[in-house]
Design a protein around this ligand. Sequence first.
Ligand code: HEM
Length: 345
Amino acid sequence: MNDSCTPAKMSAAWTSSIINRWPLWLAPTIAAFYPYLLDVFHLSVTSAGGIDLAAALLLLAVFSVPALGLIFACRARGHTLDDTRARRLGLLLVATPTLYCFVGVNLYMLGSPVADGWVWTTAWLALAALATFVPGSATAALTPRHSGPALRVAHGLSGVIVTVFVVFHLFNHLFGLLGSDVHAAVMDWGRTFYRATLIESLLVAALLFQVVTGLRLAWQWSATPGDHLRLFQLASGVFLAVFILGHLNAVFVFARLWGGIETDWAFATGAPAGLLMDPWNIRLLPHYSLGVFFVLAHLGSGLRVVMLAHGASNKAANVAWSAVASVAALLSLAIILGMTGLRLV
Ligand code: HEM
Protein backbone atom coordinates (compact mmCIF):
# COMPACT_ATOMS: atom_id res chain seq x y z
CA MET A 1 0.00 0.00 0.00
CA ASN A 2 1.29 3.46 -0.92
CA ASP A 3 2.35 5.32 2.24
CA SER A 4 0.10 8.29 1.41
CA CYS A 5 -2.93 5.97 1.31
CA THR A 6 -2.76 4.54 4.80
CA PRO A 7 -6.12 4.59 6.60
CA ALA A 8 -4.75 7.08 9.15
CA LYS A 9 -3.61 9.51 6.43
CA MET A 10 -6.84 9.13 4.50
CA SER A 11 -8.90 9.81 7.58
CA ALA A 12 -6.75 12.88 8.38
CA ALA A 13 -7.27 14.15 4.79
CA TRP A 14 -11.05 13.64 5.10
CA THR A 15 -11.17 15.40 8.45
CA SER A 16 -9.19 18.34 7.13
CA SER A 17 -11.48 18.54 4.06
CA ILE A 18 -14.52 18.61 6.31
CA ILE A 19 -13.10 21.29 8.58
CA ASN A 20 -11.51 23.55 5.97
CA ARG A 21 -14.18 23.29 3.30
CA TRP A 22 -17.20 23.98 5.51
CA PRO A 23 -18.44 26.77 3.21
CA LEU A 24 -19.00 24.06 0.60
CA TRP A 25 -20.96 21.52 2.63
CA LEU A 26 -22.86 23.78 5.01
CA ALA A 27 -25.32 25.25 2.44
CA PRO A 28 -26.43 21.86 1.01
CA THR A 29 -26.61 20.38 4.52
CA ILE A 30 -28.94 23.18 5.67
CA ALA A 31 -31.05 22.69 2.51
CA ALA A 32 -31.25 18.96 3.29
CA PHE A 33 -33.11 19.67 6.54
CA TYR A 34 -35.43 22.40 5.20
CA PRO A 35 -38.49 20.07 4.92
CA TYR A 36 -38.24 19.12 8.62
CA LEU A 37 -38.15 22.77 9.64
CA LEU A 38 -41.36 23.25 7.65
CA ASP A 39 -42.85 20.16 9.33
CA VAL A 40 -42.09 21.53 12.80
CA PHE A 41 -43.60 24.89 11.82
CA HIS A 42 -46.70 23.12 10.52
CA LEU A 43 -46.98 21.06 13.72
CA SER A 44 -46.70 24.21 15.79
CA VAL A 45 -49.41 26.03 13.75
CA THR A 46 -51.83 23.11 13.85
CA SER A 47 -51.40 22.47 17.55
CA ALA A 48 -51.84 26.18 18.40
CA GLY A 49 -54.69 26.55 15.86
CA GLY A 50 -52.87 29.55 14.32
CA ILE A 51 -49.61 31.47 14.48
CA ASP A 52 -48.56 31.99 18.10
CA LEU A 53 -45.11 33.15 19.26
CA ALA A 54 -43.49 29.71 18.86
CA ALA A 55 -44.90 29.34 15.34
CA ALA A 56 -43.78 32.87 14.44
CA LEU A 57 -40.21 32.04 15.55
CA LEU A 58 -40.30 28.82 13.53
CA LEU A 59 -41.56 30.74 10.51
CA LEU A 60 -38.61 33.08 10.96
CA ALA A 61 -36.33 30.02 10.99
CA VAL A 62 -37.92 28.82 7.74
CA PHE A 63 -37.22 32.17 6.06
CA SER A 64 -33.72 32.25 7.51
CA VAL A 65 -32.78 29.31 5.23
CA PRO A 66 -32.83 31.37 1.99
CA ALA A 67 -31.43 34.36 3.92
CA LEU A 68 -28.45 32.23 4.98
CA GLY A 69 -27.94 31.25 1.35
CA LEU A 70 -27.54 34.91 0.44
CA ILE A 71 -25.16 35.48 3.37
CA PHE A 72 -23.01 32.48 2.32
CA ALA A 73 -22.91 33.71 -1.29
CA CYS A 74 -21.86 37.20 -0.13
CA ARG A 75 -19.11 35.98 2.19
CA ALA A 76 -17.41 33.87 -0.53
CA ARG A 77 -15.31 36.83 -1.58
CA GLY A 78 -12.26 35.07 -3.01
CA HIS A 79 -11.41 34.14 -6.59
CA THR A 80 -10.62 30.42 -6.22
CA LEU A 81 -12.70 27.58 -7.60
CA ASP A 82 -13.85 26.78 -4.06
CA ASP A 83 -15.07 30.37 -3.61
CA THR A 84 -17.04 30.18 -6.85
CA ARG A 85 -18.57 26.88 -5.77
CA ALA A 86 -19.44 28.26 -2.33
CA ARG A 87 -21.09 31.27 -3.98
CA ARG A 88 -23.15 29.10 -6.29
CA LEU A 89 -24.19 26.71 -3.52
CA GLY A 90 -25.28 29.74 -1.49
CA LEU A 91 -27.41 30.93 -4.42
CA LEU A 92 -28.94 27.47 -4.72
CA LEU A 93 -29.79 27.51 -1.01
CA VAL A 94 -31.77 30.73 -1.60
CA ALA A 95 -33.94 28.81 -4.07
CA THR A 96 -34.66 25.99 -1.58
CA PRO A 97 -38.28 26.98 -0.77
CA THR A 98 -39.37 27.01 -4.40
CA LEU A 99 -37.26 23.99 -5.41
CA TYR A 100 -38.96 21.95 -2.69
CA CYS A 101 -42.38 22.73 -4.23
CA PHE A 102 -41.13 21.84 -7.70
CA VAL A 103 -39.79 18.50 -6.47
CA GLY A 104 -42.98 17.81 -4.47
CA VAL A 105 -45.34 18.45 -7.41
CA ASN A 106 -43.33 16.21 -9.74
CA LEU A 107 -42.97 13.36 -7.23
CA TYR A 108 -46.74 13.58 -6.63
CA MET A 109 -47.48 13.33 -10.36
CA LEU A 110 -45.04 10.43 -10.68
CA GLY A 111 -46.87 8.67 -7.84
CA SER A 112 -43.59 8.27 -5.95
CA PRO A 113 -43.92 5.72 -3.11
CA VAL A 114 -41.00 7.45 -1.36
CA ALA A 115 -41.80 10.53 0.74
CA ASP A 116 -40.52 13.85 -0.70
CA GLY A 117 -38.31 14.44 2.33
CA TRP A 118 -36.29 11.27 1.76
CA VAL A 119 -35.57 12.04 -1.89
CA TRP A 120 -34.81 15.66 -1.05
CA THR A 121 -32.52 15.01 1.93
CA THR A 122 -30.60 12.23 0.19
CA ALA A 123 -29.96 14.40 -2.88
CA TRP A 124 -28.76 17.41 -0.85
CA LEU A 125 -26.53 15.33 1.43
CA ALA A 126 -25.01 13.69 -1.66
CA LEU A 127 -24.34 17.18 -3.04
CA ALA A 128 -22.78 18.19 0.30
CA ALA A 129 -20.44 15.17 0.15
CA LEU A 130 -19.58 15.86 -3.48
CA ALA A 131 -18.85 19.51 -2.74
CA THR A 132 -16.60 18.56 0.18
CA PHE A 133 -14.56 15.84 -1.45
CA VAL A 134 -14.27 16.87 -5.11
CA PRO A 135 -10.89 18.58 -5.28
CA GLY A 136 -10.92 22.35 -5.64
CA SER A 137 -8.07 24.70 -6.21
CA ALA A 138 -6.30 27.06 -3.87
CA THR A 139 -5.16 29.20 -6.77
CA ALA A 140 -7.23 31.79 -8.52
CA ALA A 141 -9.66 30.40 -11.07
CA LEU A 142 -9.32 31.66 -14.65
CA THR A 143 -11.02 35.02 -15.03
CA PRO A 144 -14.40 34.18 -16.58
CA ARG A 145 -15.82 36.00 -19.58
CA HIS A 146 -18.90 38.03 -18.75
CA SER A 147 -21.57 38.12 -21.41
CA GLY A 148 -21.68 41.08 -23.73
CA PRO A 149 -24.43 43.68 -23.41
CA ALA A 150 -26.67 41.86 -25.96
CA LEU A 151 -27.70 39.10 -23.55
CA ARG A 152 -28.34 41.56 -20.73
CA VAL A 153 -30.36 43.88 -22.94
CA ALA A 154 -32.39 40.94 -24.34
CA HIS A 155 -33.04 39.73 -20.76
CA GLY A 156 -34.20 43.22 -19.80
CA LEU A 157 -36.42 43.70 -22.85
CA SER A 158 -38.18 40.35 -22.52
CA GLY A 159 -38.50 41.18 -18.83
CA VAL A 160 -40.71 44.11 -19.80
CA ILE A 161 -43.31 41.75 -21.37
CA VAL A 162 -43.21 39.58 -18.26
CA THR A 163 -43.49 42.62 -15.98
CA VAL A 164 -46.74 43.80 -17.60
CA PHE A 165 -48.35 40.42 -16.83
CA VAL A 166 -46.77 40.07 -13.37
CA VAL A 167 -47.97 43.51 -12.23
CA PHE A 168 -51.55 42.61 -13.22
CA HIS A 169 -51.22 39.08 -11.77
CA LEU A 170 -50.03 40.29 -8.37
CA PHE A 171 -52.57 43.10 -8.35
CA ASN A 172 -55.16 40.36 -9.00
CA HIS A 173 -53.93 38.33 -6.00
CA LEU A 174 -54.09 41.43 -3.82
CA PHE A 175 -57.87 41.37 -4.41
CA GLY A 176 -57.94 38.16 -2.37
CA LEU A 177 -58.07 40.53 0.62
CA LEU A 178 -61.57 41.49 -0.54
CA GLY A 179 -62.72 37.88 -0.93
CA SER A 180 -62.55 35.05 -3.45
CA ASP A 181 -65.44 36.46 -5.53
CA VAL A 182 -63.67 39.76 -6.12
CA HIS A 183 -60.43 37.88 -6.89
CA ALA A 184 -62.32 35.70 -9.40
CA ALA A 185 -64.01 38.71 -11.06
CA VAL A 186 -60.65 40.46 -11.61
CA MET A 187 -59.10 37.20 -12.86
CA ASP A 188 -61.99 36.59 -15.28
CA TRP A 189 -61.45 40.04 -16.76
CA GLY A 190 -57.66 39.50 -17.02
CA ARG A 191 -58.07 36.06 -18.59
CA THR A 192 -59.74 37.55 -21.64
CA PHE A 193 -56.32 39.06 -22.42
CA TYR A 194 -53.61 36.77 -21.03
CA ARG A 195 -55.37 33.54 -21.92
CA ALA A 196 -55.73 34.57 -25.59
CA THR A 197 -53.66 31.99 -27.49
CA LEU A 198 -51.22 34.45 -29.01
CA ILE A 199 -50.65 36.43 -25.80
CA GLU A 200 -50.37 33.32 -23.62
CA SER A 201 -47.81 31.76 -26.02
CA LEU A 202 -45.81 35.00 -26.08
CA LEU A 203 -45.93 35.21 -22.28
CA VAL A 204 -44.76 31.64 -21.73
CA ALA A 205 -42.01 32.06 -24.36
CA ALA A 206 -40.86 35.30 -22.67
CA LEU A 207 -40.81 33.58 -19.27
CA LEU A 208 -38.78 30.64 -20.58
CA PHE A 209 -36.42 33.09 -22.28
CA GLN A 210 -36.00 34.87 -18.93
CA VAL A 211 -35.15 31.55 -17.25
CA VAL A 212 -32.52 30.53 -19.83
CA THR A 213 -30.88 33.95 -20.20
CA GLY A 214 -31.15 34.64 -16.47
CA LEU A 215 -29.46 31.38 -15.49
CA ARG A 216 -26.70 32.02 -18.02
CA LEU A 217 -26.13 35.51 -16.63
CA ALA A 218 -26.19 34.21 -13.04
CA TRP A 219 -23.67 31.48 -13.88
CA GLN A 220 -21.30 33.97 -15.47
CA TRP A 221 -21.60 36.64 -12.78
CA SER A 222 -21.32 34.17 -9.91
CA ALA A 223 -17.85 33.16 -11.12
CA THR A 224 -16.47 36.33 -9.51
CA PRO A 225 -17.30 37.99 -6.18
CA GLY A 226 -19.67 40.96 -6.20
CA ASP A 227 -21.17 43.47 -3.81
CA HIS A 228 -24.17 42.47 -1.68
CA LEU A 229 -26.76 44.02 -3.95
CA ARG A 230 -25.24 42.38 -7.02
CA LEU A 231 -25.47 39.01 -5.22
CA PHE A 232 -29.05 39.78 -4.24
CA GLN A 233 -29.78 40.29 -7.95
CA LEU A 234 -28.23 36.89 -8.75
CA ALA A 235 -29.97 35.16 -5.82
CA SER A 236 -33.40 36.57 -6.68
CA GLY A 237 -32.81 35.62 -10.31
CA VAL A 238 -31.91 32.02 -9.45
CA PHE A 239 -34.97 31.80 -7.18
CA LEU A 240 -37.20 33.15 -9.96
CA ALA A 241 -35.81 30.75 -12.56
CA VAL A 242 -36.86 27.80 -10.38
CA PHE A 243 -40.10 29.53 -9.32
CA ILE A 244 -41.15 30.20 -12.93
CA LEU A 245 -40.43 26.63 -14.07
CA GLY A 246 -42.22 25.23 -11.02
CA HIS A 247 -45.19 27.61 -11.31
CA LEU A 248 -45.69 26.97 -15.03
CA ASN A 249 -45.38 23.24 -14.34
CA ALA A 250 -47.96 23.47 -11.52
CA VAL A 251 -50.46 25.57 -13.51
CA PHE A 252 -50.14 24.14 -17.02
CA VAL A 253 -48.95 20.56 -16.49
CA PHE A 254 -50.13 19.52 -13.02
CA ALA A 255 -53.46 21.37 -12.80
CA ARG A 256 -54.69 21.86 -16.36
CA LEU A 257 -53.19 18.84 -18.17
CA TRP A 258 -52.72 16.17 -15.50
CA GLY A 259 -55.36 16.90 -12.87
CA GLY A 260 -58.04 18.79 -14.80
CA ILE A 261 -58.13 21.25 -11.90
CA GLU A 262 -59.54 24.77 -12.30
CA THR A 263 -56.64 27.16 -11.60
CA ASP A 264 -58.64 29.59 -9.48
CA TRP A 265 -58.40 31.05 -5.95
CA ALA A 266 -59.16 27.66 -4.39
CA PHE A 267 -56.25 26.10 -6.30
CA ALA A 268 -53.87 28.93 -5.37
CA THR A 269 -54.78 28.82 -1.67
CA GLY A 270 -54.84 25.02 -1.32
CA ALA A 271 -58.56 24.92 -0.38
CA PRO A 272 -60.26 23.47 1.54
CA ALA A 273 -57.46 22.88 4.09
CA GLY A 274 -55.63 26.11 3.17
CA LEU A 275 -51.94 26.95 3.14
CA LEU A 276 -51.32 26.70 6.88
CA MET A 277 -53.25 23.67 8.05
CA ASP A 278 -52.23 21.14 5.40
CA PRO A 279 -48.87 19.33 5.77
CA TRP A 280 -48.20 19.48 1.98
CA ASN A 281 -49.54 23.00 1.34
CA ILE A 282 -47.41 24.55 4.07
CA ARG A 283 -44.49 24.60 1.63
CA LEU A 284 -46.46 26.99 -0.61
CA LEU A 285 -46.32 29.74 2.03
CA PRO A 286 -42.59 30.58 1.65
CA HIS A 287 -42.76 29.65 -2.06
CA TYR A 288 -45.46 32.22 -2.87
CA SER A 289 -44.37 34.95 -0.47
CA LEU A 290 -40.75 34.84 -1.67
CA GLY A 291 -41.94 34.56 -5.29
CA VAL A 292 -43.81 37.85 -4.97
CA PHE A 293 -41.00 39.52 -3.03
CA PHE A 294 -38.20 38.38 -5.34
CA VAL A 295 -39.96 39.14 -8.62
CA LEU A 296 -40.46 42.78 -7.64
CA ALA A 297 -37.15 43.20 -5.82
CA HIS A 298 -35.38 41.69 -8.85
CA LEU A 299 -36.94 44.45 -10.95
CA GLY A 300 -35.52 46.87 -8.38
CA SER A 301 -32.08 45.29 -8.92
CA GLY A 302 -32.47 45.81 -12.67
CA LEU A 303 -33.41 49.43 -12.07
CA ARG A 304 -30.31 49.89 -9.90
CA VAL A 305 -28.01 48.53 -12.63
CA VAL A 306 -29.64 50.74 -15.28
CA MET A 307 -29.32 53.80 -13.00
CA LEU A 308 -25.63 53.08 -12.35
CA ALA A 309 -25.02 52.58 -16.08
CA HIS A 310 -26.55 56.01 -16.72
CA GLY A 311 -24.28 57.75 -14.27
CA ALA A 312 -26.48 57.83 -11.14
CA SER A 313 -24.58 57.82 -7.86
CA ASN A 314 -24.26 54.58 -5.90
CA LYS A 315 -26.32 56.15 -3.13
CA ALA A 316 -29.21 57.12 -5.42
CA ALA A 317 -29.24 53.68 -7.09
CA ASN A 318 -29.21 51.89 -3.72
CA VAL A 319 -32.01 54.09 -2.35
CA ALA A 320 -34.11 53.27 -5.43
CA TRP A 321 -33.48 49.55 -4.89
CA SER A 322 -34.38 49.81 -1.18
CA ALA A 323 -37.64 51.61 -2.04
CA VAL A 324 -38.67 48.91 -4.55
CA ALA A 325 -37.62 46.10 -2.17
CA SER A 326 -39.67 47.65 0.66
CA VAL A 327 -42.78 47.88 -1.53
CA ALA A 328 -42.12 44.27 -2.63
CA ALA A 329 -41.97 43.09 1.00
CA LEU A 330 -45.22 44.91 1.89
CA LEU A 331 -47.04 43.59 -1.17
CA SER A 332 -45.84 40.07 -0.48
CA LEU A 333 -47.09 40.32 3.11
CA ALA A 334 -50.47 41.70 2.00
CA ILE A 335 -50.98 38.96 -0.62
CA ILE A 336 -49.98 36.13 1.70
CA LEU A 337 -52.23 37.48 4.48
CA GLY A 338 -55.11 37.46 1.99
CA MET A 339 -54.22 33.92 0.94
CA THR A 340 -54.22 32.74 4.54
CA GLY A 341 -57.63 34.21 5.33
CA LEU A 342 -57.33 37.92 6.18
CA ARG A 343 -60.27 39.93 4.78
CA LEU A 344 -60.54 43.71 4.68
CA VAL A 345 -64.34 43.67 4.25
C1 HEM B 1 -48.72 34.76 -4.60
C2 HEM B 1 -48.11 34.44 -5.71
C3 HEM B 1 -48.78 33.78 -6.86
C4 HEM B 1 -49.92 33.02 -6.89
C5 HEM B 1 -50.82 32.66 -5.73
C6 HEM B 1 -50.14 32.63 -8.26
C7 HEM B 1 -51.20 31.86 -8.69
C8 HEM B 1 -51.53 31.63 -10.01
C9 HEM B 1 -52.77 31.06 -10.49
C10 HEM B 1 -53.93 30.63 -9.64
C11 HEM B 1 -52.69 31.00 -11.83
C12 HEM B 1 -53.77 30.54 -12.81
C13 HEM B 1 -54.39 31.77 -13.44
C14 HEM B 1 -55.55 31.46 -14.36
O1 HEM B 1 -56.06 30.36 -14.33
O2 HEM B 1 -55.98 32.37 -15.09
C15 HEM B 1 -51.41 31.50 -12.20
C16 HEM B 1 -50.95 31.58 -13.49
C17 HEM B 1 -49.74 32.08 -13.83
N1 HEM B 1 -48.82 32.68 -13.01
FE1 HEM B 1 -48.98 32.91 -11.03
N2 HEM B 1 -49.15 33.16 -9.02
C18 HEM B 1 -48.30 33.85 -8.22
C19 HEM B 1 -47.15 34.52 -8.59
C20 HEM B 1 -46.63 34.52 -9.86
C21 HEM B 1 -45.39 35.13 -10.26
C22 HEM B 1 -44.44 35.87 -9.31
C23 HEM B 1 -45.25 34.89 -11.60
C24 HEM B 1 -44.14 35.28 -12.51
C25 HEM B 1 -42.90 35.34 -12.19
C26 HEM B 1 -46.39 34.14 -12.03
C27 HEM B 1 -46.60 33.72 -13.32
C28 HEM B 1 -47.75 33.07 -13.76
C29 HEM B 1 -48.00 32.72 -15.15
C30 HEM B 1 -47.10 32.99 -16.34
C31 HEM B 1 -49.26 32.09 -15.19
C32 HEM B 1 -49.98 31.52 -16.42
C33 HEM B 1 -51.00 32.50 -16.93
C34 HEM B 1 -51.89 31.84 -17.96
O3 HEM B 1 -52.83 31.16 -17.56
O4 HEM B 1 -51.66 32.02 -19.14
N3 HEM B 1 -47.21 33.92 -10.95
N4 HEM B 1 -50.73 31.90 -11.08
